[in-house]
Design a protein around this ligand. Structure first.
Ligand SMILES: CC(C)(COP(=O)(O)OP(=O)(O)OC[C@H]1O[C@@H](n2cnc3c(N)ncnc32)[C@H](O)[C@@H]1OP(=O)(O)O)[C@@H](O)C(=O)NCCC(=O)NCCS
Length: 176
């Protein structure tokens, strides 16, 4: 499994996942023009998580332009949710934020009704930092939901193993 930048040929996959009716309460589906904008914007990273058979998930980051090193994981979804793949997916995305984007802080939000994502975030090491009550309007539900804010600091990621938690050590580090 690996993360790579999304290509235009991935837009069909991204939209097939983001546009799924059962995900609509939790994530937003945007059109190809918006996805294309993320590909070229220095303030965004649109990534595909894939294995040898093709894309398995996608992630969208908001990258600071002001030197604050505060990165937002704005949107993420797996093609196959609820099968225990979230842990590896999240480890890869967290590693990308702290290693490749040099984040000092990584944060994200989730619907207060998205129990599965919240469990995955806590298990991945995020700290629940707040709850914005009746804050996020979801067109699919026709009402607002609570928004949960989760954060992780760079030293917290390092304390959990940092990069070593994302991938096995190189062969030279294996003991005989
Ligand atoms: C969020 C997401 C990446 C998590 O990955 P996942 O593979 O589905 O998660 P897992 O199967 O590893 O489950 C995560 C945890 O939630 C629990 N869980 C699963 N379904 C659940 C449910 N319906 N209610 C509560 N908890 C649930 C699991 O038991 C697991 O808990 P554990 O870590 O204590 O064992 C994935 O569900 C997804 O893509 N969802 C659709 C889009 C979405 O919601 N994106 C997040 C927007 S904030």
């Amino acid at each position: 499994m690996r993360l790579r930048p999304a290509l235009s040929t991935d837009f069909g996959f991204i939209r097939s996942v983001a546009g799924r009716a059962e995900y609509a309460p939790f994530i937003t589906d945007e059109d190809e023009a918006a996805l294309s904008g993320y590909q070229t914007s220095p303030a965004a990273r649109l990534l595909i998580w894939q294995d040898d058979h093709g894309p398995r998930g996608f992630a969208l980051y908001a990258v600071p332009q002001d030197g604050a090193a505060v990165v937002e994981l704005r949107r993420l979804a797996l093609d196959q949710a609820g099968r225990g793949e979230g842990a590896g997916f999240l480890r890869a995305m967290i590693g990308y934020a702290f290693q490749d984007l040099a984040a000092q802080r990584l944060w994200l939000d989730a619907s207060g009704e998205n129990a599965r994502a919240q469990a995955a975030y806590l298990r991945a090491g995020f700290v629940l930092e707040g709850r914005l009550r009746q804050h996020w309007y979801r067109p699919a539900l026709g009402r607002v939901v609570d928004l949960m804010i989760y954060g992780m600091m760079r030293n917290e990621w390092q304390a959990r193993g940092g990069l070593a938690s994302c991938s096995p050590p190189p062969p030279s580090l294996h003991l005989p």
